[in-house]
Design a protein around this ligand. Sequence first.
Ligand code: AMP
Ligand code: MG
Length: 394
Amino acid sequence: MMSMISEEEARRRVLQSVHLLGERAVPLSRALDCFSAHEVVARLPLPMFDNSAMDGYAVVASSAGKGARLQVVGEQAAGIDRGLRISPGEAVRIFTGAPIPKGADAVVMQEDTTRKGDEIVVTVGVDPGEFIRRRGCDLAEGQKILARGERIRLTTIAILASQGFADVTVGGQVKAAIVSTGDEVVMPGKKLNQGQIYDSHSILLQTLVQRCGASVTLAEHCPDQRERLIEAIRRGIKSHILVITGGVSVGEHDLVQATLRSVGARIDVWRVAIKPGKPFLFGEAGGCALFGLPGNPVSAFVTFLQFVRPAILKMMGANNLNLPKMPVRLAVDFANEGDRTHYVRGRIDNGTFVPIGRQESHALFGLSQSNALLRVAVGESLKADAIVDVQTWD
Ligand code: AMP
Ligand code: MG
């Protein structure tokens, strides 16, 4: 039997061979899912100044007990700080977000007062500090808001904006080329002849690449012809990574490996002990990382998530290369008596993981119904009701 490389060793070789791209500044509107190139600390506290949490009256709490009558001496709206000051027995009309006048130590809600001319009567008891949002109570100056390599999430964008940053420095964007191969494979939308099938995973891989934050610079289909493949590879290796699907096995029509070697590629990984996805290839040509994924759609999907995704994320500066994990209860037993790490496709329903569809590498429908992968290592035996982590991607 031909030898296989362990999954861990394959991943190690892939990650060792790809390198961090140069950083770039992006406007916040385009920063979602990029990875911060630096640690970012708050340059402004939040709130930036003591301000009112309500529309109402700024008061001195000790002089504003229930039934107190206060003189309204001014008005402070949100905006320019008018530098007002009050003494006991006085109040300033104030609005949400407006700076607190000097001397005031509480805000009474408008609903808890009655106004008569220049006076208000307070109808509730008032505690010091009430309805005042203190400077720095949410975020202190110098506090870390983003780690190096951390993914910029929706809410990260808001906290960066609150600091006055119009853009953020992030890792470089990976440019990816995708080439699908196979004489039988036809692009969706085109006419199909007997014996042909539609290309189901090159669009999936394009979407996955984009989901990782990379851009697709080239996506093309290539028949199983050496000359055509050489041309496609030459075009593809101008990108940072080239993903070729199909044709990586050992059949007479599987030309990818020999063709890659003939254009001077170095092959670092070939055949990995995972199921699905054994015919996985990784190499390098002219500084481009080469991934040969199996033609079977489920294998292509699984090997993309296990090997291509972490490589892209590393190049883009991510500090976490793993897929999101979720603890689930297993609905049934799982045992792996084979010689390859098994990735079982399944569905998480109400916290329970149920295997779904035919667990075969061509079985795309089961994959389409699944939302999680259970990794079962060689020799591992997992019992029903056990709580284990599964990988998710949706
Ligand atoms: P190969 O790796 O070229 O031997 O292909 C393995 C299996 O995957 C064959 O059944 C192919 O028809 C199928 N296949 C290859 N490429 C694609 C594709 N882009 N979309 C769907 N199935 C494919
Ligand atoms: Mg083929």
